[in-house]
Design a binder for this molecule. Structure first.
Ligand code: NAD
Length: 435
């Protein structure tokens, strides 16, 4: 009976009334997005309560010896939102502005993301409130290892598998894998993904988020009859997701007309060479000031005329305040949560296609899944196999979302949410309530 109500959607989703002041708490935003899908699917109230709150929240203190001999006690989190479809999966973020609500939102989005691409995971996320740019490598290693040991009771290859996110990387994952293995007394490669290839990492994991995004944008361009060759692309954020996207889009002969990082942005309407930008950033720590491009602000970048805008930094950059000024034809969300619900509504009204995070940046978690499968099975797939498998999953997920859009006349984020929430709801219901 309940199952039937989950699988048979009725009326189109209705945007709940939001207070005039825009909601910017990421967890509240994640709940608003969920409520719209739950309302559309006419989910049972009890089931809604289960799905709109995290299953498990862990807050830990991380005493860390700094290089000057003093001890600093940092705070970290690990949140598991829903594990009905499989072990928890989600990155770890090191950033001074991390909050528990942000980690709860990111964990919830991971639940919908793994369901959208239909891989056998739930959703989880971790974060540490710290400023990694002001820490030495040895301080970062000690902090990471202590954080890993503190969250160890709830992570593991069949319970919750962390991965990199903002300001964490393959080295961070190697420390976590080593710490976990040392404590349990044997090698456990599958406890994290995004590891260096030398310790069980997968070919193609470093480029996976951007490559998955490219596959989704290629499909969207086919539908909108936009040629990627010569298309203008503006990218906010020049880290793992943004810098790799710049390289991959340039390889497809798209024109990268703007790039940015925390210090600001650069633009050139005739195109920026991402390799030159990368080399410049390696030397000077920022893309700002690179030769052959003029300076712009991050705000200017978001509202410049382009075919494809790729937010690849943090949440809440496309809001009520700039959604009317956006001139891109497609927004491809590499970042998690870059667009607020109010902005979504404005962009939909203006006919701008928003390819939502839970679909568009799912390439990272998908290749993380491949890495985990290879670790469990003792296999090693080559890059061609990884890319072919990734493309198949991303194209199928895109097509599932488009089918849902067409069937229910809803924009892409609602469609992806309807698809994802119905899959998670079905798994939750069929498992039943313990005890
Ligand atoms: P990263 O640490 O490699 O890079 C982050 C980049 O964003 C840096 O270039 C930084 O300078 C820039 N940045 C930070 N704050 C900014 C600001 N206020 N304005 C402009 N630029 C700013 O992180 P990443 O892994 O590339 O993650 C970026 C986004 O993509 C995050 O939202 C993350 O959750 C999301 N994401 C990452 C992955 C992945 O596999 N790495 C997967 C899915 C989603």
């Amino acid at each position: 009976m309940l199952m039937a109500t989950v699988m048979k959607p009725a009326t189109p989703p209705v945007m709940p009334r939001i207070a005039p002041r825009e909601e910017l708490n990421p967890f509240r935003i994640a709940q608003i997005q969920f409520d719209m899908a739950a309302e559309f699917l006419k989910l049972d109230p009890g089931l809604r309560q289960i799905l709109r709150t995290p299953k498990r929240v862990l807050e830990v203190s991380i005493p860390t010896k700094m290089d000057n001999g003093q001890v600093k006690v940092l705070t970290g989190f690990r949140v598991q939102h829903n594990l009905a479809r499989g072990p928890g999966k989600g990155g770890i973020r090191f950033h001074p502005n991390v909050t528990l609500d942000e980690v709860k939102a990111l964990a919830m989005w991971m639940t919908w993301k793994t369901a959208t691409v239909n891989i056998p995971y739930g959703g989880a996320k971790g974060g540490v409130i710290c400023d990694p740019k002001r820490m030495s490598k040895t301080e970062l290693e000690r902090m990471t290892r202590r954080y890993a040991s503190e969250i160890l009771p709830i992570i593991g290859p069949s319970t919750d598998i962390p991965a990199p996110d903002v300001y964490t990387d393959a080295q961070t994952m190697a420390w976590i894998m080593d710490t976990y293995s040392m404590i349990v007394g044997h090698e456990v490669q599958g406890v994290v993904t995004g590891k260096p290839v030398s310790v069980g990492g997968s070919a193609g994991r470093d480029e996976a988020t951007a490559r998955g995004l490219l596959y989704v944008v290629e499909e969207a361009c086919k539908l909108k009859k936009i040629s990627l060759r010569g298309a203008s692309v503006a990218i906010q954020g020049f880290g793992n997701a943004g810098a790799t996207a710049a390289r991959l889009f340039a390889e497809k002969k798209a024109k990268i007309i703007a790039l940015s990082d925390t210090r600001g942005g650069v633009t050139n309407s005739r195109g920026i060479d991402p390799f030159k930008a990368l080399r410049y950033k390696e030397r000077s720590g920022t893309v700002v000031g690179m030769p052959g491009a003029s300076r712009i602000t991050n705000d200017d970048l978001l509202t410049m005329k382009c075919d494809i805008l790729i937010p690849a930094a943090l949440e809440n950059v496309i809001t009520l305040h700039n959604a009317d000024a956006i001139k891109a034809r497609i927004i491809a969300e590499a970042a998690n949560g870059p667009t607020t619900p109010h902005a979504d509504e404005i962009l939909a009204r203006r006919g701008i296609t928003v390819l939502p995070d839970i679909l568009t940046n799912a390439g990272g978690v998908t290749v993380s899944y491949f890495e985990w499968v290879q670790n469990q099975e003792g296999l090693g797939w080559d890059i061609d196999e990884i890319r072919a498998r990734l493309q198949k999953i991303m194209v199928r997920a895109f097509s599932d979302v488009v089918d849902t859009m067409r069937r229910h006349h809803v924009p892409p984020r609602h469609a992806a949410m309807i698809l994802a929430v119905s899959r998670v709801a079905e798994a939750t219901l069929v498992r039943g309530l313990f005890p």
